[in-house]
Design a protein around this ligand. Structure first.
Ligand code: ZN
Length: 159
């Protein structure tokens, strides 16, 4: 059995006139995340953890922000593609564990829907997906509500 671990980290700036989309859930908030795609920072961290585990580089390589094709892209669809790349290397995903770091809004009510969205595109049981939300106690850029960060670890396995 070949077991591999990967880590992902991403940050996006909060700005006016953008939708806040996390884990494929549109959340009602005064600001949204700035980015070339839908700026779903959680899904981006998940993709980087999977690409990292499979030694496939990072999302910037696979989905360059200079490519018009990815403007406003639905990050869940990009995640679906990443899962295909991982399975083409002969691996299946065992589990992912992610943390969203945001001072506001409160994310707990949205986590079950995020888990469902992610499990669906990854073709996994929701029990394989863990999503946590935390604040950084008003410290730093997340604490000042300037941006939202996300981290993820993924385990992938091959017989
Ligand atoms: Zn990103």
């Amino acid at each position: 059995m070949n077991i591999r671990v990967g880590h992902g980290y991403d940050v996006h700036r909060l700005t006016e006139d953008r939708k806040l989309i996390l884990g494929g859930v549109e959340i009602d908030y005064e600001k949204g995340l700035l980015g070339h795609s839908d700026a779903d920072v959680l899904v981006h961290a998940i993709m980087d953890s999977l690409l990292g585990a499979a030694a496939l580089g990072d999302i910037g390589t696979h989905f360059p922000d200079t490519d018009e094709k990815y403007k406003g892209a639905d990050s869940l669809e990009l995640l679906r593609h990443v899962c295909t790349l991982v399975s083409e290397k002969g691996y299946s995903v065992s589990n992912i564990d992610a943390t969203v770091i945001a001072q506001a809004p409160k994310l707990k009510p949205f986590i079950p829907q995020m888990k469902q969205n992610i499990a669906k595109v990854m073709n996994l049981d929701t029990d394989c997906i863990n999503i946590k939300a935390t604040t950084e106690e008003k410290l730093g850029f997340t604490g000042r509500k300037e941006g939202i960060a996300a981290q993820c670890v993924a385990l992938i396995i091959k017989d």
